[in-house]
Ligand binder design. Sequence first.
Ligand code: SF4
Length: 349
Amino acid sequence: MCATKTQDVEATSGQIQRLIDHGADIIRIAVDSKKDVEALAVIREKVPHARLVVDLQESYRLAERVAPFVDKIRYNPGHLHHHERSVPVREKVACIVEAARQNDCALRIGVNFGSLDPALGGPDPIEAALTSAAEHIGYLEDSNFINYVVSLKSSDPQDVVTINTAFASRFPGVPLHLGVTEAGLLPMGEIKTRVAFEHLLARGIGDTVRVSLTLPNDRKHEEIIVGRTIINDVYAGRFRSVPNFGQEGLNIISCPSCSRVENSAFVELAEKVRVVAQIAEKENITIAVMGCRVNGPGETDDADLGLWCAPSHVNFKRKGELIGSFPYDEILPRFEIELRALMAEKGSI
Ligand code: SF4
């Protein structure tokens, strides 16, 4: 996935080529505005050989503008509810399908545990995610559109295994794109991804994969290296013993960063949070660090401590409740205070 600003055409084309050089078959870029679409058209000319995917987030109407320049469009069923609430989701999907059909473009129904369709709320996110995927498969097939894949992602590798296994048995003919979202920093990000991919690929589940690591821009190609290494290991029968992620011990999730990152200090902040959090190494505590407002508010809701980055400040939540917004140079001491308070509540200090 590209993390450069899409409108920085030189940087984005350069990053696309670097990802291809390291073995990427499909590259995703973010498009949120008409200016991004204009940049996309130029990028398409600069790297005509690249297979490009665009992630639509909430702007479903951009589909008809981006479809001529890409090979696949990803939309998130959970995000189709926020914009133009009076327009039924089925109609929004019909718009996206029509744009894809007219441009011979594939679609990905990208269900994400952090941003599920609010209408499907309930105690069981796995069932809600499966229901959401089934609903959207229905929309596409009712429109006689079959050029699509599905993804069901979570930051918890065990959930990724559970839901993709369930999906594959319910919809054996539908191609699956695998990924662990916000797997975070190395080395844990690789380990979490490996946990999920080893279980799924070994059972023949999964058609494309994406590795999502928190890395600075000039190291984004390491996502490809990690993904290729895991695939090659599974293919060769090399499995590694992996830690149990049943919420034992400290769990830090952080987003991989993309062009939507609102302040480039995000990656450094994620690193520093990890260092400070070592005081809670043995605690069953989940910490989420996210790069922007698109996925930040939702993905931090389930964490014990959640930080999501805005342009000039960091929003800080404890168990889903906003504590406040802090400048980048003040957030770490505040984070440590809250972490210690959490540990004191657990009787650890
Ligand atoms: Fe990109 Fe925002 Fe998701 Fe991070 S949280 S990967 S910055 S969209």
